[in-house]
Design a protein around this ligand. Sequence first.
Ligand SMILES: Cc1cc2nc3c(=O)[nH]c(=O)nc-3n(C[C@H](O)[C@H](O)[C@H](O)COP(=O)(O)O)c2cc1C
Length: 191
Amino acid sequence: MILNEKNVLAILGSPHTNGTTAAMLNLAVHKAEQAGYAVTKINLYEKDLSFCTGCRVCMDTHICVQKDGIQEIALLLHKSQLVILVAPVYWANVPGPVKNLFDRLLGTAMEETDTFPKPRLRGKQYMILSSCNTPAPFSWIFGQSRGAIRNMDKFFKTAGMKRLGKVVCANAKNKKGLPKRITKKIERCLK
Ligand SMILES: Cc1cc2nc3c(=O)[nH]c(=O)nc-3n(C[C@H](O)[C@H](O)[C@H](O)COP(=O)(O)O)c2cc1C
């Protein structure tokens, strides 16, 4: 593969730039760079993004008609072969800004038909990283991390993208730094 074709979009979907998910993203970015990817990292909380108004014009235009930070993000998405998204678990789901990102990318990600949605980002890969305070295996059994992962999977899979990996750091509040098991999992995905 030609080097300049290996672009990664890395998205921080947490308000904490020094938290657990940020540490997971930093490691993934480092590994992706070592693997030869050109990485563009964005902090979703620093982006100027209005709420989705549900107008659905993007179904025809492929891009949201509200002019703000979404155009830059959609462009980066189109240019990337791999998207790495990190988001902590908030109420067994993703934080609001991450959900709003998915809403704002509706027409970028899929086309509506009379039956099933048609993906518009086919051929790309994605990796999702998350953390939560509930300890494993309850974080998964009771739907905490499962809820957030399911939501992120839904967006990317509907867009036609293939999952490269998923890593969850459970019981995050009792951990100092990233556990070895988590770093190994992230590294394995990006070898
Ligand atoms: C508003 C809010 C809601 C949360 N909801 C959950 C939850 O449903 N389940 C859970 O296990 N942890 C929950 N947490 C804890 C976070 O998932 C946890 O602190 C996470 O590791 C934070 O990641 P960060 O350091 O990247 O911000 C919540 C935290 C906040 C602030």
